[in-house]
Design a protein around this ligand. Sequence first.
Ligand code: FAD
Length: 265
Amino acid sequence: MTEPAPRPATLPDAQTVTQVRHWTDRLFSFRVTRPQSLRFRSGEFVMIGLPGENGRPIMRAYSIASPSWDEELEFYSIKVQDGPLTSKLQHIQPGDQIILRPKPVGTLVHDALLPGKRLWFFATGTGIAPFASLIREPQTYEDYDQVILTHTCRQVAELEYGRQLVESLKDDPLIGEMVGDKLRYYPTTTREQSAKMGRVTDLLRSGEIFTDLGIAPITPETDRAMVCGSLGLNTDLKEILEGFGLREGANSEPKEYVVEKAFVG
Ligand SMILES: Cc1cc2nc3c(=O)[nH]c(=O)nc-3n(C[C@H](O)[C@H](O)[C@H](O)COP(=O)(O)OP(=O)(O)OC[C@H]3O[C@@H](n4cnc5c(N)ncnc54)[C@H](O)[C@@H]3O)c2cc1C
């Protein structure tokens, strides 16, 4: 039997889905081919989408969850049942095409932070996506002595994508040695019972997180932070980080912490 011919790229900026994995009824991840010309900095986001009913594409912002050196692009997505994009996107299969505008942007990048010793990644929900990229980025381990990834979700199953990724890094042939024991992982749940319960904001305010990790509290001299969650979490974390003396940076003006919305609404 002859192999079927590859489907022609009929969409503008079309990329082909190579892998799909469903984590829960509200979360899935997928990989697509990478446009040859696409260069991005780990932590950035792009616009991806599908053709709409009226021929106009439905496009949404998505953090690239894979590192800048990866041959493919990975995304980690919510499934909003009546969401214009994700009500359809959740049904993609390997071989399908999505639209990907190759114009990466974003503030969760190393360039937006001043040099430091400890780097914090604070994520809730799909906000772990940019950090899934950055924990696989060699520069993260070249620039910092210690990297702490916190991930807070309602249910234990919602932590699984991050947990498996962190676990896999130890044996990763490309980056495993660099990661070594520099990466600390601090997952918490807010609804379902788990080993560590609570909002990361409360755990920071009480200092419990520092006791749990056996480390000194955050200071502007040593610590840098990136935050990606809901608007509410981002606002609260900004206040907490400012309370520790950190200032918000940007690509044009690097400082001690940076923030990006995991979604609008
Ligand atoms: C900078 C940026 C980066 C983003 N990166 C990602 C990403 O990596 N993965 C991802 O799944 N989404 C991401 N989003 C959100 C994404 O753009 C879409 O909102 C999401 O895919 C849902 O699209 P939709 O058309 O189905 O529903 P929309 O009409 O866009 O959203 C409907 C409602 O669903 C809720 N919602 C949307 N996205 C999320 C989410 N991620 N988590 C929880 N609730 C949500 C909100 O209440 C929103 O009002 C990002 C958004 C921004 C601004």
